[in-house]
Design a binder for this molecule. Structure first.
Ligand SMILES: Cc1cc2nc3c(=O)[nH]c(=O)nc-3n(C[C@H](O)[C@H](O)[C@H](O)COP(=O)(O)OP(=O)(O)OC[C@H]3O[C@@H](n4cnc5c(N)ncnc54)[C@H](O)[C@@H]3O)c2cc1C
Length: 379
């Protein structure tokens, strides 16, 4: 029996397991292959809706499905916290003492926003990168009376475009609330342009000034003073705010640290084409958990899932597992309340934002509903 274990049942882990269950259905039914997902929660959460929750355009129930219901019925599900990966013995050790042996391990543990990385940020700032925080931001926006709304971005973070989307959406939202004239939206970014991907930075560089959004580059948030309502950068600049919204730097999950698998940021060194963990023939990594030089996004995990599942199924059937990931990413970008654009890029081709339209916005809203088909491996 060949045991394939997926550590993490979010976008990447769920998609790989569902695709494997289809591709290896006969082998699973004959008892030759077993596919097991380990996830700490029994609820699958569609994170892109957090952005809409902040604006009261979605509620948590819209983003939740039972993990069991999203998985193919031939996939086993273990709910619990993985304490560490024991590579010597090819097993995952769970916090409750259970051990889950594997022949192949797929790591898809995602990433976590680290609000604690900037002193004062937890007390003085908001974010929309978790469900709880998006709901708190919703309340803060509902009681906002106007003033300086500062959006500060740290890197690395998942979803390369969500900070731009929030900035443009909140700008439109303030106008719709009648607060446009008494408010100023401010956007800060750590390097010398408005986005890490140059074509997207050039695009934002046209749109932000035209919308009256104040920008500060080379701004790495260092401290927040919640009493004085100020944000100070490592470069020595201090901005006052009435409402502070942060996309803080992210790190890999603690289980990666405990397992000794990660680099300084707890990202797992991963071959950018084969998606195998460096130096490990039987471990694949996908989604946010890798150190692959490409944006961390659900679409990245999706395209990588196609490669990982194809290679695993192929190897189990006696092939070489030679499918390669080409760095493909696709992201919609909301540019306001009712317009959006999109970018598509890979290792060789940079993103080229298209002209925004209402049609693309409607596509994004439609995809938010179709995600569940995509997770199930149907799309
Ligand atoms: C506000 C917001 C907006 C976004 N918008 C978009 C968008 O428009 N388009 C897009 O492509 N992407 C978007 N993303 C990013 C996208 O959600 C992530 O990149 C994607 O979920 C990454 O998939 P993953 O499988 O790597 O990790 P995840 O989907 O985060 O899954 C990781 C799983 O591992 C589990 N896990 C972690 N540690 C353990 C452990 N020790 N034991 C057991 N289980 C564990 C977690 O519980 C989780 O279920 C957005 C994210 C946010 C927050």
């Amino acid at each position: 029996m060949t045991r394939i274990v997926l550590l993490g049942g979010g976008v990447g882990g769920t998609m790989v397991s569902n695709q494997l269950a289809r591709q290896l259905k006969e082998e699973i039914l004959r008892g030759e292959v077993e596919v097991t997902v380990i996830n700490e929660s029994d609820v699958h959460v569609y994170q892109p809706l957090f952005l809409y929750m902040a604006f009261d355009q979605a509620v948590p129930a819209d983003a939740h499905r039972a993990e069991k219901s999203v998985l193919n019925r031939h996939v086993k599900l273990v709910i619990g916290n993985a304490d560490r990966v024991d590579r010597e013995n090819n097993m995952v050790r769970m916090s409750d003492g259970q051990t889950i042996p594997y022949d192949y391990l797929v790591i898809a543990t995602g990433s976590r926003p680290d609000m604690g990385s900037v002193p004062g940020l937890i007390e003085g700032g908001h974010t929309f990168y978790t469900e709880d925080s998006a709901l708190k931001l919703r309340a803060a926006l509902q009681s906002f009376q106007g003033g300086r709304l500062v959006v500060t971005v740290g890197v690395p973070h998942k979803c390369p475009v969500a900070p731009l989307e929030f900035t443009l959406m909140v700008d439109d939202w303030l106008t719709a609330q009648g607060l446009g004239k008494t408010s100023q939206v401010v956007y800060t970014y750590p390097i010398g342009r408005l986005h890490i991907l140059e074509p997207i930075a050039d695009w934002a560089n046209e749109i932000f000034p035209a919308r009256g959004i104040e920008t500060h580059t080379f701004f790495n948030a260092e401290t927040v003073d919640p009493e004085k309502k100020t944000l100070t950068s490592m470069e020595g600049e201090t901005l006052s705010y009435d409402l502070l919204v942060a996309i803080p730097p992210h790190a890999g999950q603690d289980v990666i640290k405990r397992s000794g698998l990660g680099d300084a940021g707890q990202w797992i060194p991963t071959d950018r084409h084969s998606l195998q963990m460096e130096g490990a023939d039987n471990i694949y990594v996908l989604g946010d958990a890798t150190n692959v030089p490409i944006s961390k996004a659900g679409s990245t995990a999706h395209f990588q899932a196609d490669v990982v599942s194809s290679n695993l199924a192929n190897r189990i059937r006696g092939g070489q597992g030679s499918h390669r990931y080409n760095g493909k990413v696709f992201c919609f970008i909301e540019t306001g309340r009712d317009q959006a654009t999109y970018v598509k890029f890979d290792y060789e081709h940079p993103p080229m934002p298209q002209a925004p339209s209402e049609m693309i916005h409607l596509y994004k809203l439609a995809f938010n509903k179709m995600y569940w088909l995509s997770a199930a491996g149907v799309l």
